[in-house]
Ligand binder design. Sequence first.
Ligand SMILES: [Zn+2]
Length: 381
Amino acid sequence: MTLPTPGFSFRVDAVDGNARSGELQTPRARIETPAFMPVGTQATVKALTPEEVASTGARIILANTYHLWLRPGAESIAAHGGVVGFMNWPYALLTDSGGYQVFSLAKNRTIDDDGITFRSHIDGSLKRLTPEEAMRVQALLGSDIAMVLDECPPGGAPRPEVEGAMERTTAWAERCLQTKPADGQARFGIVQGGTELDLRLSHLETIAALDFDGVALGGFSVGEPPAQMYALLDRITPQMPKDRPRYLMGVGTPSDLLQALSSGVDLFDCVLPTRNARNGQALTWGGRVNLKQARHRDDESRLDEHCDCSVCAGYSRAYLRHLFKADEMLGPRLLSLHNLHFYAALMRKARAMIRLGELGPWVASTLSEMKERDEVGDPDT
Ligand SMILES: [Zn+2]
């Protein structure tokens, strides 16, 4: 069905339990869902060229509004055709509102009902982020999908604080929708509510009633145990609008993705596969592989025997470990490429299993296989 913004449509092709497999069409790309969006914080998916990112199968990536707004500046990026023109990414792009980074990175921030005042972590200059400014900046960045400005309370925040953040998020969502939409840019609302089921469901009802192209769940994976997040998602996600894409923000591990898509989530993003790659950790069908551990010193086997990426085809674990021990930049590059291939393959397989109606048994066997062989512990142990 068509979404409120012209040029966007979303279709569910198959359902298996609460899980769905379908397709999100934006003006720039056709995205099969469930889908994982690699994170390109500074208009670059760290260590990889856009061609390499696309080779994994990714058709949508995420960029961070806060970083690009402060440097090089949204107007500057707009002059280069937006983020996609600037970085030479030929497919779809989602931008966040900037709010999350203001809370996690900026100095001297104060929040009021109208917006957030803060100092740039780069040059200390005074900045002001309001719902309207977040939409203006994202329009200049030219993303396919813009996120509303929300307030994400810290993990474990007391209930009154969570309720306050919900009320502010609702008011800001309404203000974002009142701004003139940028051409070809869809807008997603964000549901808050911490780990309180009743708050989550009530805020979902409020946000779902607004004219957004998609609905996102914010404020998860902020310190709560994974089992608590899964239990909440099992209750919340099936209540989200069935005819619009559902996006779980900033999550997560392979296990998180399989659990969440089983409850009906369509879109994910997380820095984990690329960040962990730069630290020497590979995510594989056989669980986590820590290449800095001594066990890989003479290991001629491939990184992941079930992966068909060029890294697994061409390089041994011993060589990859050597690159990390010698601090060679090829190590983070190759591992980033593999990890994104693996995340894309995980989503591709999940979509196939949903269409076959065999998702549940496949998720159970995949998770137990990963858990059994997971490498935990420190480097060189
Ligand atoms: Zn691979």
